[in-house]
Design a protein around this ligand. Sequence first.
Ligand SMILES: *Cc1c(COP(=O)(O)O)cnc(C)c1O
Length: 434
Amino acid sequence: MTRPFPRGAVIDNGRLTGIGGVDVRSLASEFGTPLYVVDEAELVGRMREYRGAFGEGATVAYASKALCVTGVLQLAAAEGLSVDVASRGELYTAQRASFPMERVIFHGNNKAPAELRDAVDLGVGRVVVDSLTELERLTSLARDAGREVDVLVRITPGVNADTHTHIATGHDEAKFGLSLAAGLAHTAIDQVLKTDGLRLAGLHSHVGSQLLTSAAFEAVVRTLIVLLGDIHRRHGVWLEELNVGGGLAIAYTPYDPEPSITQYAAALLDSVDQEAKANGVPAPRITVEPGRSIAGPAGITLYTVGTVKDVPGVVSFAAVDGGMSDNVRPSLYGARYEVVPAGAPSPPRDARPFDVVGKHCESGDVIAAGVWLPADLREGDLLAVAATGAYGYSMASNYNRLARPAMVLVGDGHARLLVTRETTEDLVAHDVVL
Ligand SMILES: *Cc1c(COP(=O)(O)O)cnc(C)c1O
């Protein structure tokens, strides 16, 4: 099987022929394309690997922003995960999925007063405080509601994660959290500790996404554990919980390393133990918040080729029926993807390179450049893109007024809709006719 397709994918002579026990041609004909396809075995397998590797002594919170749809949150809830939300919409999705509110962690660098009120009224398990302004709002909401709110203070640890600048979040110039170096972190911690109605459960930090090495994770653990010691010296309390965020990378192409969840967990728990011992700090309970590394490898996108355009001696384009509206990552971050032909099994065919592009009115609307595809590729052929489960649908738009694709969950030979395809009517539903 060609990495990085999900475990339920059947790859035959470099072609994707089936997934989750369902023929790709029947998926395309029944649900249309573009189509997001989520392999249930891969998705649930990753949730279980996280839970197993971290054990009962730690909490695994699925970062819903990676792929926030009701059915996926239902699966996460059933697998015993907690969930991160960062808006009213994500919180509402968790409610619709009947997620137990005590397993919801509410994030955001600019939570609206109404969002904070919902979080307090619904009794979410943790509110992650990201600013001093928010702390004031939360204090009065807790007072009005007459209930104690469990909070984590989000620390900006001054760690420069080695990743794309748009998804690095732990350096002092980042918009997230309360800077340790600038003293904001201590101000917030002091404030929470002396406020009735707020209970400081612990600290949070998330330094970035698509992290390939353990250096940033270890630096965060060290910084937070040293901080636990400082807090004990200043206030005489041991905080019980460290939430170290998400960020484990995934393989998008066969050339990418494929980080192991199990190894990441072992290394992280080990560094917690070592730092706790070295600093004389009682080992805290750990929470991790993986998003991409749960949803990403479980999803693929199926497209239909519409136009093949050969510019002699220059380039050949294979234009598909979606593009940057269903996967913005190539144009946003220069992200690379693996694309393979899909459809009926076929003997090996001659291949030539194509730029696989979308149908939007932008030259940057590229899915992947220089992809080797069958030389006789033509209109109506199917293509499959790997590892689109995270930050594909969740960042999708209606650019050029394209309807957002449907999403199906496949497993054991069945396909179930997770999201229906938008209709043209949906696209104008909020337009007001003058
Ligand atoms: C985005 C985010 C995550 C998840 O990041 P991944 O790279 O998808 O694992 C976790 N925690 C917080 C606070 C985030 O903002």
